[in-house]
Design a protein around this ligand. Sequence first.
Ligand SMILES: [Fe+2]
Length: 366
Amino acid sequence: MKIELLKNKVFCCDDDKKREIHPFWLRERVNGKEFVDNKTKQRLFDPTKLENNIEIEKLKISDNFLEVTFKDGVFTKIAIKNIIKEFLINNDFKSIKKIKWDSKFKDCKYFNYEKNFFEGKLMIKALTNFYQYGFVIFRDVPTENNYLVNFANSIGSIRRTNFGEYFNVKSKPNPNDLAYTSLPLAPHTDNPYRNPVPCIQLLHCIENNVTGGYSTLVDGYTVTEELKKKIPEYYEILSKVKIRFQFIDQSVVLESLAEMIQLDKNNNFKQIRFSPRLDFVPLLEREKLELFYNARKKISELYNSDQYKIEFKLCSGDLLMIDNHRLLHGRTSYDVNEGNRFLQGCYIDYDSTEGKLNHLKRKFNL
Ligand SMILES: [Fe+2]
């Protein structure tokens, strides 16, 4: 991609396209110290107060900078790489490609917690790994004083829910969720009844000295792409019908209407929701419901099949970070008489990981 000038017009060109850049787009990006605050990088002027018909008086390219003089007398120099970067962001916002995986997945990397961990290059690798595979495991994370909260807030900000700032996952009397028992948990996504659904779950193992209690993960992206290929009519109904997810306890009723397979505006994978103990399909015509039930049964079989599931044991100090819009998670049962299994969990949203990754890339000039 490159920048070309022609008769006081600026063009952005790549192999097959030549697009004119609107003069106002450039005028908004003037960057002298009288126009932009150096610290916050926020504008010191309000572009909505400018006339829209801004014109260019003079143009020049020198030393990788575009020099523009506008007819209102304002002059600016803009780095060409910054202009190109904005075009690339428009074309491919999520530049880290998802890598599909199934039960044969062997590339599980562990990232050891260390001093200055949140500001170091290792965090870039860990977050990149997270965006590729939908999960990442950190090791040797301190287990004292609910350190999970500190960990989450050092990446971004905790997303508090009615379960609190964080939650303790261990069996307890009179639980309000099956998570707080020693029963096996089939693969599911968390909190599909919220709007918006928490993006990322952090699960920190404080202790796990039982023989069972393995953690399980399934890549919902892999499974739904398989379903799309093999049984498109099932994929279609699960990505079209909005169902009601519901959570009820003594103090709250949470409901959200959404598809089990949610697609983006280009009909590509966006998010899955799967929690068959709390989903309620609307009263559709009999044939449609017949198809829906068959499709839900099939996707449940796939999510629960050994073909897609990985199983591993979290040890004290391990912290698992899961993309709750892409992956399903669960656990095998355990015997409470054998010892303790104690995990702490919390949620953060994508702005946390994206913000951290962008900050570190800026810091290390990547
Ligand atoms: Fe869960």
